[in-house]
Design a protein around this ligand. Structure first.
Ligand code: COA
Length: 335
């Protein structure tokens, strides 16, 4: 049976950088509140006219380049994980595949909110393991700036836009970059903690027009915080056990960048030193499905990972959903 191996990593951020100071001119908030409560100093918001699909295409192109592939390469599967697709219908992935010249590649979106990238990674790794495709492109891409309520200072200071992507290929034996295992889960009883009330069939079937604010993203932050720490810690422990790793054998924890305090709490629960926790939330905010590949790219560009070291990825998001992945770090350079 072939193994799925990480072969390329790409990242793309929109051009508009939004600092806490700028947000303090738009909302009743302050740099001090945002930094101490979340760890975020700045984030990027896509300018008008730039969509999730646009960012995803750029990140996908970068990941192909990092893998030494040209546009139009033989990639049999493209998955876009996103909460902010270009349209409710059709999916964003087929358009991205076409723009990258991927021919007839299977292409679909995954909606698992902030856990979406790990869900997509698992699906792509399984397709490779099953021998269905030899290469897959997995993209996490978001434009949360398009769903943030101008009346909600809490969500508006947390979320940012961006896209990150990985190329998976077929490998054999123990080569670095191998994806070794996953743990995924959900708890739909918490579906109302993170949601966009309008836009879907639930609202439309009421036969009533949606209230204007119902088109925006909502979150019950305090409840989500506690849930996120518990689920990411439990999922990480489950995965460590299933792949036979001790926590102290993990080189770096690459968690979903939801909140610096959440990341620190998860690391503490797992007994991992803060120096082994990858953080880039200060620079990009919470970019939901793009968060983990952007954190990977940032850390890899800074030379944080040693080839062959063990990485633990873990994420939590709306649904509620969670997911973790275990891999070793390959000898690649992100683009
Ligand atoms: N600026 C200033 N004050 C703000 C604010 C802002 N941007 N947003 C909220 N506040 C205020 C609240 O109104 C509240 O005021 P009050 O005490 O007078 O009522 C106070 O700050 C505390 O609010 P609270 O919601 O209790 O803060 P918190 O410490 O829980 O932090 C979050 C809020 C959202 C940062 C935190 O709950 C969090 O990070 N949750 C998880 C979010 C997350 O990870 N989501 C993604 C999951 S994938």
């Amino acid at each position: 049976m072939p193994y799925a191996v990480l072969r390329g990593l790409g990242a793309h951020l929109p051009s508009r950088r939004v600092t806490n100071a700028e947000l303090a001119t738009l909302f009743e908030t302050s740099d001090e509140w945002i930094t101490t409560r979340t760890g975020i100093r700045e984030r990027y918001w896509a300018p008008p006219g730039q969509s999730t699909g646009d960012l995803a295409t750029e990140a996908g192109r970068a990941a192909l380049k990092s893998a030494g592939l040209d546009e139009g390469a033989d990639v049999g599967l493209l998955i876009v994980a996103t909460t902010t697709p270009d349209h409710l219908c059709p999916g964003t992935a087929p358009d991205v595949a076409a723009r990258l010249g991927l021919g007839k590649a299977a292409a679909y979106d995954i909606a698992a909110v902030c856990s979406g990238f790990v869900y997509a990674l698992e699906a792509a790794a399984n397709a490779i393991r099953a021998g269905r495709v030899e290469r897959a492109l997995v993209i996490g891409a978001e434009t949360y700036s398009t769903i943030l309520s101008p009346n909600d200072r809490t969500t508006s200071v947390i979320f940012g836009d961006g896209a990150g992507a990985v190329v998976l290929g077929c490998g054999a034996g123990d080569e670095p970059g191998r994806l070794l295992g996953f743990d995924l889960g959900s708890d739909g009883t918490g579906k109302d903690l993170i949601r966009i009330p309008a836009g879907g069939s639930r609202q439309r079937s009421s036969g009533l027009p949606a209230a204007e604010d119902d088109h925006y993203f909502t979150m019950q932050g305090k409840k989500v915080f506690a849930y996120a720490v518990r689920r990411m810690s439990d999922s990480s422990r489950t995965l460590l056990e299933s792949v036979g790793w001790q926590a102290d054998q993990v080189g770096h924890l690459v968690g979903h960048q939801a909140n610096l305090r959440i990341l620190r709490a998860v690391a503490e629960q797992l007994g991992l030193d803060a120096s082994r926790t990858v953080t880039n939330i200060d620079k990009v905010g919470n970019t939901s499905a793009a968060s983990i590949p952007l954190a990977l790219a940032d850390a890899a560009a800074a030379g944080t990972f040693r080839t062959g070291e063990r990485l633990l990825l873990t994420a939590f998001g709306g649904g509620l959903t969670w997911g973790s992945a275990a891999l070793t770090w390959p000898d690649i350079v992100p683009v």
